[in-house]
Design a protein around this ligand. Structure first.
Ligand SMILES: Nc1ncnc2c1ncn2[C@@H]1O[C@H](COP(=O)(O)OP(=O)(O)OP(=O)(O)O)[C@@H](O)[C@H]1O
Ligand SMILES: [Mg+2]
Length: 258
């Protein structure tokens, strides 16, 4: 009997391929999400390890935002299960940032205050987070008057202020001009190189969705391709762009690259 090796994209999805003894931060098994009649995710098996930078790619409506919401705990699976290792601190930057008509520093401080940090301390931590993202000159400006790129950096400051172990980013540069895009990408790279709440031994984990394959190449360590709520490919970034892919994923990459 001859043994035919599985195609690379199938092999990569096998749990035994994970070359580390570290427990996964997230382990999704046969996970499904329904919104009424819409099956947004189906049969998703996914393990995310500490320090990974996972890019979720796929066409509109393929389930990227839903998967991020599941990881954040905002959406409950309607089938299968998700296990988390311990209680990682998870922060998310949403596809459309939510900005209150208040100063930049109050916007960030509010997120901390809602988690039990006293207001004075929350403002001090918020100011530090704004400095981290380069918004130190607009700390007191009404956040609604900030540019799109600045508002996105404000959202990053809000996430960063929570000192997350896991940062979830939903199309973080989708509506930005090239200059603002580069700034936000630099922040992503900077955050990816940092660590979680337990210190340097615990690298930050990042999961982000993107339609920008150049950005995926630059920032991801691994790529998960979704189609109609299913994971069709799950590969190290190099293999995703250089190796064989299922036909649908190949056509998607070709279409997005031209
Ligand atoms: N709150 C909701 N109620 C009903 N259907 C929803 C809801 N949110 C998402 N959906 C549907 O679930 C499917 C997956 O949507 P999702 O937003 O996860 O896709 P996506 O990959 O993030 O798309 P995009 O690239 O446009 O952001 C789509 O068919 C969408 O219409
Ligand atoms: Mg989305």
């Amino acid at each position: 009997m001859s043994v035919v090796p599985a195609p690379a994209w199938r092999r990569a999805a096998q749990p035994q391929d994970v070359q580390t003894l570290e427990p996964p931060l997230f382990a999704l098994r046969d996970l499904g999400v329904r919104y009424g009649a819409v099956q947004a995710l189906a049969g998703v098996n996914l393990r995310v390890l500490p320090g990974e930078r996972v890019a979720l790619v796929g066409a509109n409506g393929s389930g990227k935002s839903t998967l991020l919401r599941v990881l954040h705990g905002l959406v409950r699976p309607s089938a299968g299960q998700m296990r988390r290792d311990g209680t990682p601190r998870v922060a998310m930057v949403f596809q459309r940032p939510f900005v209150l008509r208040a100063s930049a520093v109050s916007n960030v401080a509010l997120g901390l205050w809602l988690r039990g940090v006293r207001w004075k301390q929350a403002r001090a931590q918020a100011a530090a987070a704004l400095q981290r993202v380069g918004l130190q000159d607009v700390v007191r400006r009404n956040a609604r008057t900030l540019s799109g790129g600045q508002q996105q950096r404000l959202a990053f400051a809000g996430a960063w202020a929570l000192r997350p172990d896991v940062l979830l980013l939903d199309e973080p540069t989708a509506s930005l001009d090239p200059h603002a895009k580069r700034e936000v990408e630099a922040l992503m790279a900077d955050f990816a190189a940092s660590h979680g709440s337990a210190g340097p031994a615990q690298p930050l984990t990042m999961v982000f969705s993107s339609h920008n394959l150049g950005q995926v190449k630059r920032l991801a360590s691994r790529v998960v391709y979704l189609e109609h709520g299913r994971v069709l490919a799950d590969l190290p970034v190099h293999d995703f762009f250089n190796g064989p892919l299922p036909e649908a994923a190949r056509l998607f990459v070709k279409g997005e690259m031209t």
